[in-house]
Write a protein that binds this ligand. Structure first.
Ligand SMILES: [Zn+2]
Length: 759
């Protein structure tokens, strides 16, 4: 090793002082886009087999990243002095042995063979006649019901993936695999066979993964879901005298469903409770300032992708996300070759497990290898290789001082291409840093990413100028922050950020009259607005018209300010917006009126003791059925225990129980069996230790999947108390993500199950 002279220490320090004084109008170094492109070409090549977490291809990518870090001379920042951070993922039914027999003919399981078990399908062994249900779409708004002429009971349902004319967007969420499969399950089918056409030009394939919510199928025990090759479908059609070509053409414009005489036997069994051992990869450029070196800036992105699909097709994921770790390496390399010596330490990370649910960054954030409270900021890079030349930088709400600092200190030529926004929890690794209260920016290039989660996401399509700009911009931000003497880690910063995230959702309905002023609350993201309270009349017809008119005028008036989620898909995906609620007693529980209100955008029916359903079981059953048919969620507001016992037992779809001081054992057992939710409300006159005890008890009785917490009313005092309580509660909680479950996630699960129309 070459001996360093005194000057080689001094000069960069002097230089950085000068640069800091004169702002960053001069960039200190440029990344080498050619190098970044080479890295992408390497790890997104076929040899890496799509880098699915836990596979040999992903291990190879981890080793590649570590080898580059080592070549550059970065300090290992994983566990036990290595570049690797080891963690494991519980593995469910990944290795399934399965059989498929149709009319005595047996088919072969495997890639490029006749069929495979869909990711996360449950094991099962079922036998029944096949019915063909076209695209398997039921959407009353568009007047399409592919199941209309079919009896699904004890049948195996064959469906095509995707949506007519490949118009995925306008058929959401009805074209999602899990929605189709859940529909069949609810209508007593025994199993599902999905197929895709062989010719896939311009065909968007819904790869079963975390991202398209097939995860829901996972909760259906004994209900197998297979993916079958075109030749299997042709065989079934031929057996039943149908033309494969003609029917596939027909279903582009209308239902082409038919029952077959074909007998089908599906069986799938698998080993449970194995786990995948995998690793994140981390390296560090150690800071040089005596005190600032113990503060960190993290740059990272996920290196895993979707692997090989059931047809043997490789998903190389060049843009998503060979590009992120490649740009991180490009920045590290530019810093090293320019002998840059930052004051703060800089960590470069490649996460795995992202496509399975942000698992690698979560594992590291759960037990970070540096003091997490000393992390100044995280820059996430996910999909930064294509686009229109601009860079989206969500995250200003959680790092306003950092965004201001960047805006003040960087060259306008760089800043002019940046699209800043508030940011928040969303589908990439920055979410786990935000959960810790660490400011995090989620860099993603603006413009379209046409090959997102497509097999066509290949290295040929990446743009060198885009990589150059992203690398230069992030490198300049990082070096400016790394060398600044500003105190970015204010003591309360992380707690404040956690609080900002928690004010995401409130489930206690706002009344229409107060909603305008309440919605001006900073960070208000989601809630219920109860329109019934505005209804003046006892005449159900007048109330019905008033409900329609009120929603319409609120929509008109607030078009640009906030949105009402008009579907379960909105509620689940956007995690923002409002849900319109009404009291069905106001409109006389009339079927047609409920249907019209749902079709106009009402999403929740709030049932209280004004409703006659408690005394009449037949009426109650009917009402629940109508709500579920129309995708209306049901909130039970302060109903007597015997009535709650009956409803929670009868309702196949989950409902929400509100104001529940005394719930019987029967109700708790129904809650668990049917997936209902209980709202635990907090008000500022409460005693915190008592709330703590109550909620802990409730979690024991109902399970943490079945609880929502909410302020009893949207007053400032209640909100303040809620925040204090959550802070206190989560300090003692083992699982730090519990608070998000109770504030958010459980509700979104409810939305998926209860707020989409069913027959
Ligand atoms: Zn990604």
């Amino acid at each position: 090793m070459k001996k360093l002279s005194f000057f080689s220490f001094l000069i960069p320090t002097l230089l950085s002082l000068i640069v800091e004084e004169t702002s960053y109008s001069q960039m200190r170094f440029h990344v080498d886009a050619e190098y970044i492109k080479d890295v992408i070409s390497d790890i997104a090549s076929d040899e890496f087999q799509g880098r699915e977490t836990g596979t040999a291809g992903c291990v190879r990518a981890e080793e590649y990243f570590a080898a580059e870090l080592q070549k550059l001379g970065l300090k290992p920042a994983g566990d036990s002095g290595s570049y690797f951070f080891n963690y494991s993922i519980p593995k469910e039914e990944f290795d399934m042995t399965a059989g498929l027999t149709i009319d005595e003919r047996s088919f072969f399981q495997g890639y490029n063979e006749d069929f495979s078990v869909v990711y996360k399908s449950e094991p099962g062994d079922v036998q029944g006649n096949i019915v063909f249900a076209g695209y398997g779409i039921y959407n009353p708004d568009k007047n399409r019901n592919d199941f209309d002429t079919l009896d699904l009971k004890d049948k195996i349902v064959l469906m095509k993936r995707g949506a007519p004319r490949n118009d995925i967007q306008s058929w959401m969420p009805y074209c999602i695999d899990s929605v189709k499969a859940a529909y069949c399950y609810k209508h007593d089918a025994l199993g599902v066979l999905f197929y895709e056409p062989l010719i896939r030009t311009n065909q968007r394939i819904l790869k079963p993964s975390f991202g398209n919510h097939l995860a829901m199928v996972q909760v259906i025990p004994g209900f197998p879901v297979f993916s079958v090759d075109e030749r299997v479908v042709r065989y079934i059609f031929t057996q039943n005298g149908q033309s494969y070509y003609r029917i596939n053409n027909l279903i582009e414009s209308q239902a082409g469903s038919f029952a077959t005489k074909s007998e089908c036997h599906m069986s799938a069994s698998g080993k449970k409770n194995q786990s995948i051992n995998t690793r994140d990869v981390l390296g560090m450029i150690r800071g040089t300032d005596r005190t600032l070196k113990d503060e960190y800036i993290v740059i990272g992105g996920h290196i895993d992708h979707l692997g090989v699909d059931e047809h043997g097709k490789l998903w190389n994921g060049a843009d998503d996300n060979a590009s992120g770790p490649a740009v991180a390496l490009g920045i590290a390399r530019a810093m090293i070759t320019n002998k840059y010596r930052p004051k703060r330490s800089i960590i470069f990370a490649a996460w795995t497990g992202e496509e399975m649910g942000l698992l690698g960054s979560k594992a590291w954030c759960d037990r970070p290898t540096v003091d997490a409270s000393k992390i100044v900021v995280y820059f996430n890079l996910d999909m930064v290789a294509v686009g229109n030349g601009r860079l989206n930088m969500p995250g200003t709400a959680y790092g306003p001082e950092l965004a201001d600092f960047i805006k003040e200190n960087l060259d306008t030529a760089l800043l002019s291409k940046i699209v800043w926004s508030d940011g928040g929890i969303s589908g990439s690794d920055h979410s786990n840093f935000l959960n810790l209260g660490i400011p995090a920016f989620a860099g993603m290039t603006a413009g379209s990413h046409p090959d997102y989660h497509q097999p066509g996401d290949d290295p040929e399509k990446i743009s060198k100028p885009v990589l150059q700009f992203t690398g230069d911009f992030i490198a300049t931000c990082v070096s400016a922050i790394a060398d600044s003497r500003s105190d970015f880690n204010r003591l309360a910063r992380q707690e404040e950020n956690q609080m900002k995230l928690l004010s995401f959702s409130f489930f206690q309905p706002l009344s229409l009259s107060s909603c305008d002023e309440k919605l001006n609350e900073a960070n208000f993201r989601q809630g219920l607005v109860n329109f019934s309270k505005a209804q003046p009349s006892y005449d159900p017809n007048i109330n019905f018209i008033a409900l329609l008119a009120d929603l319409d005028s609120v929509l008109q008036k607030n078009k640009n300010k906030y949105v009402f989620s008009t579907s379960a898909y909105d509620a689940m995906m956007t995690r923002e917006g409002l849900l319109a609620a009404f009291n069905p007693a106001d409109v006389g529980m009339d079927d047609l009126k409920l249907k019209v209100l749902a079709s106009q955008g009402y999403r929740i029916a709030v049932v209280d003791s004004k409703n006659a359903i408690c005394s009449d079981t037949a009426k109650m059953k009917h009402f629940l059925k109508v709500c579920h048919q129309n995708g209306l969620g049901v909130i039970l507001n302060n109903l007597p225990v015997p009535c709650l016992e009956a409803i929670t037992w009868e309702s196949a779809d989950p409902v929400i129980i509100m104001n529940s001081e005394f719930l019987s054992d029967q109700i708790f057992s129904n809650i668990k069996a049917r997936g209902h939710l209980v709202i635990y409300t907090l008000k500022d006159s409460d005693i915190m230790s008592q709330d703590n005890k109550n909620l802990t008890n409730l979690i024991q009785l109902a399970g943490d999947d079945h609880i929502l917490i909410s302020p009893s009313d949207m007053t400032d005092g209640n909100l303040r108390y809620l925040k204090l309580f959550i802070r206190q509660f989560s300090k003692s909680a083992k699982d730090k993500s519990l608070q998000y479950k109770l504030m958010n996630d459980n509700f979104h699960d409810f939305a998926v199950k209860s707020m989409q129309p069913n027959l």
